[in-house]
Design a protein around this ligand. Structure first.
Ligand SMILES: *Cc1c(COP(=O)(O)O)cnc(C)c1O
Length: 437
């Protein structure tokens, strides 16, 4: 590939960006580097690599040539200056928030996001001395401003929320964050780089669970953190980036800070040399390969899934057994305006609906489906259905579920790549069997 990737279109870059076959024995597919460690060559080269003078692989816990292609490819798709691949989306979320709150502090977030993230807010961060706050009204930027405290270190949101596909005014929230010298972190998992670019709307850090639509085939767990090099980490709130460190010494033994040693990649370089290095959630080269393979068809998959989701939503809205549908495509959605402002290609293929009837009828409905797969993932090639309140958001108690807007009748669908008619027939057959026997 040429160096002019930036000028190429999204679909071209999703196949070519970040990979030069001449650097890999002219292999056409990105090779899986199945090795724990890398020869340093000579003592002189070791000095260069260890002082960051030369970028080179050292040990697979902190990166491999395969994971490096994945990092560069996703960074290119989102216009990031740097990225780091990790062993899971949760590692990406938690390493990011831990690095931002080192020494204590608070994160301003939203109550209606991924169940695992909200659960970690309740069960991990408090015991580490990290506080989590929510704005009173997630749709009012003033409410965010009110919730910012002296030791707040970041605002963390999802671009499309899990599971109800709720949207927030990202630009307005970014303005509040920047006014208070705080970075805006956006979990862009549901949207993927194809539907939404958070950096273009004020995000400073973007995180992904690559397990979902980025990989798209439900065959691996992976995560990513991206930065765009715009945020001023030297603004006084984040001494961890300004501290001169022994590990960052030049070969002349001059100590440097991350700000000095890794301009444009301050955040992810520190994640690599600190969190990934010591806490160890390393992505294997094989898993990075699977995500790369998935990204080659990202646009084609997501655009078909968005189109099928519209058909399923329309169908479900016509059913007496369905109490409500939550997705910006739903008739009475309050998110139409935000959707057209931020998501011209659609707001994804994951939505929820309320199923009428008794608990037994709802259980029977799920058990009667033959085509929909019943499990806790999303963004797969297979269509997936799940009763979120009892499973993916089951760690939350009734009150927290109410706060996250997940009543007991909630069912979540993640639309796959099957024929839409077959999916609708599967739902219809199950409705008839359970509700009209
Ligand atoms: C799944 C998910 C995560 C966690 O990712 P894993 O890869 O499962 O660790 C984080 N955020 C969102 C929005 C998710 O859907």
């Amino acid at each position: 590939m040429t160096d002019s990737n930036k000028k190429l279109g999204f679909d071209t870059r999703k196949i070519h960006a970040g990979y030069r076959s001449e650097e890999h024995n002219y292999a056409v597919a990105v090779p899986i580097y199945q090795t724990a460690s890398y020869d340093l060559g000579s003592v002189e080269r070791a000095r260069k690599v260890f002082s960051l003078e030369e970028i080179g692989s050292i040990y697979t816990r902190i990166g491999s040539p395969t994971t490096a292609v994945l990092e560069q490819r996703v960074a290119d798709l989102d216009g990031a200056t740097a990225a780091i691949a990790l062993a899971s989306g949760m590692a990406a979320v938690s390493y990011t928030l831990l690095q931002l709150t080192e020494g204590g502090g608070r994160i301003l977030s939203l109550p209606n996001i991924y169940g695992g993230t909200v659960d970690s807010f309740l069960r991990v961060y408090p015991s580490l001395g990290i506080g989590i706050d929510y704005p009173e009204d997630i749709h009012d930027p003033k409410s965010y401003e009110k919730a910012i405290r002296e030791d707040t270190k970041a605002i963390f949101i999802e671009s499309i929320s899990n599971p109800n596909a709720e949207l927030v005014d990202i630009k307005a929230i970014a303005e509040v964050a920047h006014k208070h010298n705080l970075p805006l972190v956006v979990d862009n998992t549901f949207a993927t780089p194809y539907l939404f670019n958070p950096f273009e709307h004020g995000a400073d850090i973007v995180v992904y669970s690559a397990t979902k639509a980025l990989n798209g085939h439900g065959n691996t767990i992976a995560g990513l953190i991206l930065e765009n090099g715009q945020f001023d980490w030297g603004n006084g709130k984040f001494p961890q980036f300004e501290k001169k460190e022994h590990v960052l010494r030049t070969r002349e033994q001059v100590y440097r800070s991350f700000l000095e040693a890794a301009p444009g990649a301050v955040f992810t370089t520190r994640i690599r040399l600190t969190y990934l290095n010591y806490l160890g959630a390393a992505l294997s080269s094989f898993d990075a390969f699977l995500v790369l393979q998935g990204i080659e068809t990202l646009s084609e998959r997501v655009s078909k899934q968005v189109s099928t989701a519209k058909k399923l939503i329309q169908y479900l809205e016509g059913k007496d057994e369905v109490l409500w549908v939550k997705h910006p495509e739903a008739k009475n959605s309050t998110y139409k305006e935000l959707a057209s402002a931020y998501f011209p290609k659609g707001t994804g293929a994951i939505f929820t609906f309320g199923l009428t009837g008794t608990k037994e009828e709802r259980d029977a409905f799920l058990d009667s489906l033959e085509l929909f797969s019943y499990h806790a993932n999303v963004g797969d090639a297979r269509s997936i259905i799940i009763n979120s309140p009892e499973t993916t958001h089951g760690e939350l108690n009734k009150e927290q579920q109410a706060m996250a807007d997940i009543p007991p009748e909630t069912v979540r669908i993640s639309v796959g790549l099957e024929d839409p008619e077959d999916l609708i027939n599967d739902l219809e057959r199950s409705f008839q069997k359970v509700y009209h026997p």
